[in-house]
Write a protein that binds this ligand. Structure first.
Ligand code: 4GY
Length: 232
């Protein structure tokens, strides 16, 4: 059995592992608990100038990634049964449920676009799953790929911290996280909520749930109303 693997197709392979080479994900990468394989899309350009883009038919600003070059790059990736994902603001919103599903699989094949995007014909031919990390436009899919991989890797069994049950993970439960406190017990005139110093684990749990629910109602009514069957 091989490790969970992120295959990343990009014009900027030097952006990887980037932040994923540090901290939790970085240690897990060194330990072989997951693997990262980048494919430099430029290697698949057909001409001596290694051209990967061209002007848009119909006119307009910017450049478009050529379908033939992207297709050749996709052809060399053996992701097994890992889903191919194109990171684009047009995609389905990335949520913790999708992250959990991806983390449980064998890995992901992530296609990162640049410029104005990728020629639609290779998208239509390859039919990647299209996923968005939020309603904003990045200059390339790479930061979105880093975010998606980070969210998956921290859930992998045996990656430090992942023993924390998904039940405890509030977002998996459709709630925002409750507020956290550490020493000092009083700082700049602000005391830590006394219940947290009480040692009453049941009351602490209840307080945290109450805080998480209050925050979710106030800040994310969308999340709150979608919390199936658990609301008052
Ligand atoms: N938002 N979520 C996103 C993005 C960059 C031009 C197509 C996003 O996932 N990806 O903004 N991607 C664009 C850049 C080509 C992808």
């Amino acid at each position: 059995m091989s490790a969970w693997t992120a295959h990343v197709l990009t014009l900027f392979p030097e952006m990887f592992p980037g932040s994923l080479g540090h901290s939790l994900a970085g240690k897990a990468l060194e330990q072989g608990l997951w693997a990262l394989e980048t494919v430099d899309i430029r290697e698949f350009a057909g001409d001596k100038h290694r051209t990967v883009d061209d002007t848009p038919f119909g006119g307009g600003p910017g450049m478009v990634m050529r379908p033939d070059v992207v297709d050749e790059a996709l052809a060399v990736v053996d992701g097994g049964d890992a889903p191919v994902i194109y990171l684009t603001p047009r995609g389905e919103p990335l949520g913790q449920q999708l992250v959990q599903n991806l983390a449980m699989g064998s890995g992901v094949v992530l296609l990162c676009g640049r410029y104005e995007g990728i020629d639609q014909r290779v998208i239509d031919l390859r039919t990647p799953r299209e996923v968005s990390i939020g309603d904003f436009v990045l200059s390339g899919g790479e930061p979105a790929a880093l975010a998606l991989i980070d969210a998956c890797v921290r859930l992998l069994p045996s990656v430090l911290g992942s023993e924390r049950s998904l039940e405890e993970e509030s977002f998996a439960d459709g709630l925002l996280e409750y507020p956290h406190y550490t020493r000092p017990a009083e700082w700049r005139g602000q005391a830590v909520p006394e219940v947290l110093l009480s040692g009453h684990h049941e009351r602490i749990r209840a307080w945290r749930t109450e805080q998480a629910e209050q925050l979710t109602k106030e800040r994310r009514p969308d999340l709150w109303s979608r919390r199936a069957g658990k609301n008052d």
